[in-house]
Design a protein. Sequence first.
Length: 340
Amino acid sequence: MKKLLLCFTFMCIHCLSQAQSSPKIAIAIHGGAGTIKKENMTAQQEQAYKTVLQEALKTGYKILKQGGSSLDAVEATIHVMEVSPLFNAGKGAVFTHDGKNELDAAIMDGKTRNAGAVAGISTVKSPISAARAVMEKSEHVMMVGKGAEQFAKEQGLEIVDPSYFYTQKRYDQLQEIIHTEKQQLDHSGSQGHIPAQFPDQKFGTVGAVALDEDGNLAAATSTGGMTNKRYGRVGDVPIIGAGTYADNNTCAVSATGHGEYFIRSVVAYDIAALMKYKGMSLKEAASEVVKHKLVDFGGDGGVIAIDRQGNIAMPFNTSGMYRASMDINGKMYVGIYQSK
Ligand code: ASP
C-alpha cells in the first residue's frame, strides 16, 4: 500500500512538472474587419472564408507545434491568405483609383524588435516575404515601390506580372466606388474635389500574431490597402507601431481598419504602451484602444493581439471581423460577426 502511494505521488509530481514544462504556443489571425453582416452573406460564402481561415491557422499552428519560430508561423499563415482571392492581400488585393494593385506588408520579431516593411509594390507575389527579406537581408526597416521590388528580385523572391493580382470582384468594387464618387461630385457641383473619406467598406487586410515555444512573439500584416486610393497612398499596415508591432515584453499586434485613423492613433504601439506603462492586461489594453480610443476618434476596425502568456484578444468596433485563433490549450475558435 505504502509502495502504491509512493508510486502515485511520484506519477503526480511527474505529470505536474511535465505540464509546467510543456511550452505554451498560440496563434491568432484576422482576414479584415468592416461592414460584414450575416444577412449579406450566403452560407457558402461564410464557409469559404472559414475554410481559408482554418487552413491558414492550422498552417501556422503546425509550425509552432513542431518547435518552429513565431516568425516562420506568421509568415506561413499569411502566405495562405495572400494566395486566396477572398482577402484584400496578395491575390484579391483592392484596386487603386488608377486600376492598379499596390501592396503593403510588415513583419516584426518580438524578441529583437527587428522589423521589415514594404509599401506600394505591384510585382512581388508574396509581400509578407518581401517584408521579411527587408528585415533579415537589409539594414533597413522599410522599402517602397520600384526599389522594394528590385530588392525582392535580388533576394530571389517570386516575381509576377502585376495582372496576377487582378480579380474581377475587386475591379467591380472599384468601378462602383468611382461611379458613386462621380455622382457625389456632380451633385455637389464641386470641381476636382477629392473626397476626404473612403466610402464605407470591408477592410480585407490579413494578419497573424503568434507565440512560439521559446516564448517569442511575432506579428505580420499584409494588405492591398483601401479601394480607390490615390497618389501612392500608404496605410497603417507597413507603419511599425500603427498596423503591426511585436515586443516580447508586452505583446504582438496586427490591425485592420481605416488606416489613416490607425496611423494617427499609433494603434498597435498604443496597446503595447498601455500594458507597459499602465500595467493593463492584454485584453484591457486592446479593448481600451479599439473600443474606446478609436471609436471616439472615428476609426473603424479591429486588431488581433497576443501576449507572452499566450492570452489572445481580438476586439473590433465594426459589425464583423474575419478571425480565428488556436489558444494555449489547442482550442480553436473561428468567428466572423460580433459575438453576442
Ligand atoms: N488598414 C488597411 C489600410 O488602411 C486596410 C484594411 O485593413 O483592410 O491600408
